[in-house]
Design a protein around this ligand. Structure first.
Ligand SMILES: Cc1cc2nc3c(=O)[nH]c(=O)nc-3n(C[C@H](O)[C@H](O)[C@H](O)COP(=O)(O)OP(=O)(O)OC[C@H]3O[C@@H](n4cnc5c(N)ncnc54)[C@H](O)[C@@H]3O)c2cc1C
Length: 452
C-alpha cells in the first residue's frame, strides 16, 4: 500500500503540495489548525487564505519573474494558479482575485479530491520517522510547533522576525562612483575581498539623506504583531531618530575604506553593499533594514551616490515571520538534512509571497510523492523560475545573511553579462524563453517517468 503523506498547514504551500502529491497517486492528510486555533492575520477557516493583498502580482510571463512563475505553475496543473484564474478580477497586468470565493474554491477542490483528507487541529510536535511529512505552516507557525522545530534545528537557525535590507541588482549600480573593497581590506580570499561595494557620501549628502530618512513615510506593525526587534537589527530610520550621527558611527561608518575613484578625499559616510548570492548578481545594503513604505524607500535610497539608477530585486522590511536558515538546513530536495523524512515548503523555507510559497509547495509535493513512489525526480533546472528560487534557498544564498526572498531575475544564471541596462527587455525575454523550454522539458521527463 502506498504510504500516506502528511502535510502540516493548509495555506498556499500546503494546499498546492497536497494537490500535486495526490495527483501523482499518493494519499494525503492535511493538518490545518484553523479555525480551531487562529492567527492574528487570518480571518476565515478556508485553506489558502490570502492574508493581506488580493494580488498574485504581475502576470507577465515574458518580462517578469513572478509572471514566469505563474506560467510554470500553470504548466504543472497548479491548484493555486488554476483557481486564481477562475476568480480573476480586472487589475491591468496583475493577477488579482476575489479573495474569499478564491479560498473557498481551493478548499472545495481539496475536499473533493478522493486522495486528500483534511484534519483540523494544531500539530505541536515533529512527526515520527515512519511518517513522510511536509511542514508548510508559514510565517505565522504556531508557537508549539515553532518550538519543536527550533529544538531540532537550533534556535539560531529558525527566525521569528525578518529584518530585510533592500537588495539591488549589481548591473544597476554605478561603478564610476561605487568601488569594491572590504573594510580594512579584510578577507583571506579574493572572493571575500570583493564581497563588498561602497558608495561614498559628502557631509552635505549625508545630512540630506538623514533629513529624507526622518521625513519618509513608514509602515506600522500589524495589530497583534509585536515589534520584537532587537538593537542588532534596528530599522535605519529608528537609528537616525536616536541621533543624526548614529548611522555614521553604525552601518554608514567610513573607516577602513579608501575611495578608489578619489583616494585623496576621505568620505564623510559610506553605504556598504554586500554580495547576496553566489552568482554575484545581487547585493544587499548592509544594515539597512527599514520600515519605510516602498515608494518612500526607493526615493530615499536613490539619493545614495552610485545608486541613482538602482533597480531593486527586493525592498526592505521587518515583519513577524517564521523561517529557517534553509541554505544550511535543507538539502536540494527540501528535506531537513537531520531528519530527511521531513520536508519544508512555503514561506517557512525563506521564500516570500503567496506565489513563491505556492511554488515551493508545488515542488515539495512532487518531490515527496516521487520519493514515496520510489522514483527519482530529475534536478529542477536552475534556469527556470522554480529552479532558481529552489537553488537560492537551498544553497545559492549567503547562509550568514539569509533573509526571505522574492523570485527575481537576479537569481537566474545570467544570459548576457555584457548586455547592460539598454537591453533589459531583450534579456528578460531570453531568460523567460529559456526557462519555459527547460521547464517544459523537466515536466516532460517527470510525466514520462510517471507513465513508465
Ligand atoms: C501579516 C501578513 C501579511 C502578508 N501580506 C502578503 C501580501 O500582501 N502578499 C503576499 O504575497 N504575501 C503576503 N504575506 C506573506 C504570506 O503569508 C505568505 O506569502 C503566504 O501566505 C505563505 O504561504 P504559506 O503556505 O507558507 O503559509 P500560510 O498561507 O500562512 O499557511 C500556513 C498554514 O499553516 C497553518 N498552521 C500554522 N501552524 C500550524 C500548526 N502548528 N498546526 C497546523 N496548522 C498550522 C496556518 O493556519 C496556515 O493556514 C503576508 C504575511 C503576513 C504574516
Amino acid at each position: 500500500m502506498t504510504k500516506t503523506l502528511h502535510i502540516i498547514g493548509g495555506g498556499m504551500a500546503g494546499s498546492e503540495a497536497a494537490w500535486q502529491a495526490a495527483n501523482a497517486g499518493v494519499p494525503v492528510v492535511i493538518h490545518e489548525m484553523r479555525p480551531t486555533v487562529e492567527t492574528f492575520a487570518h480571518r476565515t477557516g478556508h485553506l489558502a487564505e490570502m492574508v493581506c493583498s488580493n494580488s498574485f502580482r504581475s502576470d507577465d510571463d515574458e518580462q517578469n519573474a513572478v509572471g514566469l512563475l505563474h506560467w510554470e505553475m500553470r504548466q504543472a496543473n497548479g491548484l493555486i494558479m488554476n483557481t486564481a484564474q477562475a476568480h480573476r478580477l480586472p487589475a491591468g497586468g496583475a493577477l488579482a482575485v476575489d479573495r474569499d470565493p478564491f479560498a473557498a474554491d481551493v478548499t472545495a477542490r481539496i475536499m473533493a479530491h478522493p486522495l486528500i483528507t483534511v484534519e483540523y487541529g494544531e500539530i505541536n510536535a515533529l512527526p515520527p520517522e515512519d511518517q513522510p511529512t511536509i511542514i508548510a505552516t508559514g510565517p505565522l507557525t504556531s508557537e508549539g510547533l515553532g518550538g519543536a522545530i527550533a529544538a531540532e534545528t537550533g534556535q539560531d537557525a529558525l527566525a521569528f522576525f525578518d529584518a530585510i535590507a533592500p537588495i539591488v541588482y549589481h548591473e544597476s549600480i554605478n561603478m564610476d562612483v561605487a568601488w569594491m573593497q572590504s573594510r580594512y581590506d579584510k578577507g583571506e580570499t579574493e572572493e571575500e575581498r570583493t564581497a563588498y561595494l561602497n558608495c561614498p557620501m559628502t557631509k552635505d549628502q549625508y545630512e540630506a539623506f538623514i533629513d529624507a530618512l526622518l521625513a519618509a513615510d513608514k509602515t506600522e506593525f500589524h495589530e497583534g504583531e509585536t515589534a520584537g526587534y532587537f538593537d542588532g537589527c534596528l530599522p535605519i530610520e529608528v537609528m537616525a531618530e536616536r541621533g543624526r550621527e548614529t548611522l555614521r558611527f553604525g552601518p554608514m561608518k567610513p573607516v577602513g575604506l579608501t575611495n578608489q575613484h578619489q583616494p585623496e578625499v576621505k568620505p564623510y559616510a559610506v553605504v556598504q553593499l554586500r554580495r547576496d548570492n553566489k552568482l554575484g548578481t545581487l547585493y544587499n545594503i548592509v544594515g539597512f533594514q527599514t520600515k519605510m513604505k516602498y515608494g518612500a524607500q526607493t526615493a530615499v535610497l536613490k539619493t545614495i551616490p552610485g545608486l541613482e539608477d538602482a533597480s531593486f530585486a527586493r525592498l526592505g522590511g521587518i515583519h513577524r515571520n517564521t523561517f529557517l536558515n534553509s541554505p544550511t538546513l535543507l538539502d536540494d530536495q527540501m528535506r531537513l538534512k537531520s531528519q530527511p523524512h521531513i520536508r519544508f515548503a512555503g514561506q517557512i523555507t525563506g521564500v516570500e509571497g503567496y506565489v513563491e510559497s505556492a511554488a515551493m509547495g508545488l515542488l515539495a509535493g512532487r518531490m515527496a510523492a516521487a520519493e514515496i513512489l520510489g522514483e527519482t525526480l530529475p534536478a529542477v533546472p536552475d534556469t527556470t523560475a522554480m529552479g532558481a528560487l529552489l537553488t537560492h534557498i537551498t544553497g545559492g544564498a549567503e547562509a550568514k545573511t539569509f533573509q526571505p526572498m522574492n523570485v527575481n531575475f537576479g537569481l537566474f544564471p545570467p544570459v548576457d553579462a555584457k548586455g547592460g541596462r539598454r537591453n533589459r527587455k531583450t534579456r528578460y525575454k531570453i531568460y523567460t524563453d529559456r526557462a519555459k523550454a527547460d521547464w517544459a522539458e523537466w515536466l516532460g521527463e517527470r510525466e514520462s517517468l510517471a507513465a513508465e
